[in-house]
Write a new protein. Sequence first.
Lengths: 478, 302
Amino acid sequence: MLFNSIEFAIFLPIVFFLYWFVTNKNIKAQNSLLLTASYVFYGWWDWRFLSLIVISSFVDYFVGIGLSKTNKDRKRKLLLLTSIFVNLGFLGFFKYFNFFSESFAEAFTLLGKPINATRLNIILPIGISFYTFQTLSYSIDVYKRKTASTKDILAFFSFVSFFPQLVAGPIERAKNLLPQFYTKRTFEYEKAVDGMRQILVGLFKKIVIADNCAIYVNDIFSNYTDYSGSTLLLGAIFFSIQIYSDFSGYSDIAIGTSRLFGFNLMRNFAFPYFSRDIAEFWRRWHISLSTWFRDYVYIPLGGSKGDTWMKIRNTFVIFLVSGFWHGANWTFVVWGFINACYFLPLMLLKQNRKNTDIVAAGKLLPNVKELFQIGTTYFLTILAWIFFRAETINQAINYLRNVFSMSLFSMPENGSIKVILLVTVFFLIEWIQRDKQHILQFDKLTCPKIIRWGIYYGIIFLIIGFGGNQEEFIYFQF
Amino acid sequence: MRLFLMNILVFISIYMFVFVVIVFKDITPENHYLRAIEDKTRLVQTIKGQKILLIGDSNLPFGIDSKLIEDSTGYNVVNTGLFAGMGLQFYLNQFKENIKANDLVIISVGYNQFTDRFYGSKKLAFVLKTYPHYLKYISDYAQIKNILKGFLNIPLSYIKKTTFKFEPGAGKYSSDNFNHYGDYIDNLSQNSTFKGTTKSIKLEINKKAIPAINSFSQYIESKGAKCYFSFSPLPKSLYQINRTEFDMYEKQIQAQLSVPILGELHNYVFEDSLFYDSKLHLNNIGKNKRTVIFIKKLKEHI
């Protein structure tokens, strides 16, 4: 079920009503409802893949119980390996089997021994990269004794499949989300209202901004050989906006929906395009994944401790793995590699934690230096996004080559003033609200109800009237 | 909770009130293009004798000379084609009850009726708003979704004055311009605006489209009628740039469609200069050429 669908518009009020009016007396009943709702939500796409979630949940639940019952290192390691094997096994098979098979065949062909790749007709289960990482983090945390294991199977299954964040995150940690399933949730007016606002922001980002950009992005990237450098640059800019609005929009809806049910999810995006360097960008972009890799890959590898070579190795490992997580294509690996190259100088010069505050905090406009830093960082991310969006590395290279041609200085042939205007207004509002959690977070005292409601109606009007056509969220494919 | 629900209720009520007032304010022009649906329905219901019923999207009124078919075959001809946004599913539902023994039904639709337009578009809402009795031809959940989306879009389209505009005709079409067969008879040659297209397209066939035609054919054959399929015209520029896609599309149709196909796709590929204002609409010269080929292929079967 898609957040931006009529089905979800019917599903959500029904679950909300049952949750607060029928099952509100009993936490187990509420969890049962959430679990059922989550399975319905997921099964709406393809019920067959529910079995993967159920198996993954069972394995990690029993691994957690097993870890809590033994202190023997060997046994604990074996249990952890079971969880890793099952979760990454699913992920590897469904997401990467064909990629590895083809890559091996290509490698052998290059070595002069051509072999045929075995290709299986595998459907990628939606959200598999997200929920496997979530359950995996539980087992790792229990293994490291950072989180206590749970015996409450209902709470655990609900935690793994919690529908607002099941298919595209934020990837939650057991430490944050699981305890919320043990405690009684009470309805909080302010929290629910803010949740509704955040849902509205998410829908606006997805339907108005991302889907409109998608129209031009799809056309420009499909026909990139026909367009001028300036149009291709515009296409890349539109894609950077599309992927941000699409994905952060999903996160906003997920967080907002969770708040309606009394849950708090972690923040996933913090206005990343106002970052002054790449390190800051990665602290603000897909925060739940970046911190996952930091905690479960980067730090165990030694992090930024150790000698220079170790730092370089760890940086490349985390970015390449992160790229590969996004999809079974070398383009994602190259995207990760480029970001590692951007990040490395900052880390080696110990400049990677220079910008941890909000840019131009308390000021209306940034100064020239900040503006330059933001512009440079944004430009670098755009160049990397071209690899992310392209279907092959060759296509990305040719696209870039065509961008940096003489036609870069001509007027773009494609694009829409309407979309450019919408995007500009959207980023201006983002700039003004950059110290908030989302752009519709209001101070009630300074913003009276009539204005707030006017804004909500205005946004609904834009969603209905100016929405693009694409329906799926980009991150579903990951 | 009470305050929250009250606020939601008031918010939605205000919205719905404004919405309903706007939506049901009928500002459809008397000669609006879509009003021809009534004329065409009447034509199908009242025509006597054996008939050829052409079912499809706007490629038919803008691409078939029905008189030529009538003269060549001796059958009465009704061109029911109107608008892609209504969707093939709608058309199949709309006319199947009016088909009688010995009728020939020819389905001809643009490639997008097999892909994203099988269930129509938001424009279905405009038809149902003006003529609610067509609701009985809505049989699928995907159509209902399109209608709901369309209704939500109505207020904005009033403001943008695009209520009944037709892409790509920019609102110049009129229901007055259909002849008694159902062909569109405006001066299609002098006002040609089609410039060709170099856009790449992806043709992913909706898995319900071909079975829907097969089951429609089975139904009308049980009534003693016969069903055929014909490809819609295609501009050469579009065909050439998407050759692989169109080849796959044609192969899939040939393999899965159980009704006889009148010719092959390439028979209906025409020079860009023969098109009127879109990739599916021919001008008068193109219309004539297409009809001649169409008749030739039809005669191979009847």
